[in-house]
Design a protein around this ligand. Structure first.
Ligand code: MTE
Ligand code: MO
Length: 220
């Protein structure tokens, strides 16, 4: 092959390689869903602590608080504050993803694993879903299997301080793998059911599952 014929081809090839190398440097076409990225699609990071509620912030003194676990369980339970604090206390660090598009990293929650309390009540084999009930009349629903995840807490502290009233004191649920509306504040009752029963937002257009990584914000 003559040199004169090869040179333009070589030049073109170098140009293409150069473009691809630049794309690689710039991370072009990356979806942002793998590796180092912690932020689910459509979310933006905040540092503060937004408050979201229905316009009611119950003021529950720990000594007046009760948690009921009932429905399809072998041993219906009512825990008071002393009994709750007497259970194994754990800490978990997790990210918050709110459906209104804010996320907050590295929240350190202290409390009792939901699993610990559910095991005490001993769910019947038919029990597959849960409704979380709150003092302000709010409800939300989750599959029992999700509540049994190791990172799901009934939290009484946040970043080392007792939970504030506006964030659900004395005890709120924290479900890191779902949008934050599933994390019921001012929690007073866990009801186990054999079928799913959509809660407050789930009957008002929000998604039944609410997985931030699938961007399950609205609808079913
Ligand atoms: N009892 C109760 N729990 C609730 C709510 C509520 O109105 N009542 N709002 C939910 C929604 S929509 C969100 S985003 C989070 C907000 O929690 P925060 O106020 O601690 O940020 O609580 C969830 N849990
Ligand atoms: Mo929310």
């Amino acid at each position: 092959m003559g040199e004169d014929k090869d040179r333009p081809v070589q030049g073109l090839r170098d140009k293409l390689i150069g473009i691809k190398q630049r794309w690689a440097r710039e991370g072009r076409l990356l979806t942002g869903k793998t590796g180092r990225d912690r932020l689910p699609p459509g979310q933006r990071l905040v540092a503060g602590r937004p408050v979201l509620d229905l316009g009611i912030q119950p003021d529950i003194a720990p000594e007046h608080w009760r948690l009921r676990i009932d429905g399809l369980v072998q041993t219906p339970l009512t825990l008071d504050w002393r009994a709750f604090r007497g259970l194994e206390q754990v800490e978990r660090v997790s990210d918050i993803h709110c459906v209104t598009s804010w996320s907050r990293y590295d929240n350190r929650w202290g409390g009792v694993a939901a699993r610990t309390i559910l095991e005490l009540a001993a769910p019947l084999s038919e029990a597959r879903f849960a409704v979380l009930h709150s003092e302000d009349g709010y409800t939300t629903n989750l599959p029992l299997s999700v509540l049994l995840d190791d990172d799901v807490l009934l939290a009484h502290s946040w970043d080392g301080a007792p939970l504030e009233r506006e964030h659900g004191a004395p005890v709120r649920l924290v479900v890191p793998k779902r949008y934050f509306w599933k994390s019921a504040k001012w929690l007073t009752r866990i009801e186990l059911l054999d079928r799913d029963r959509p809660g407050f937002w789930e009957t008002r257009g929000y998604h039944n599952e609410g997985d931030p990584w699938k961007e399950e914000r609205y609808g079913w």
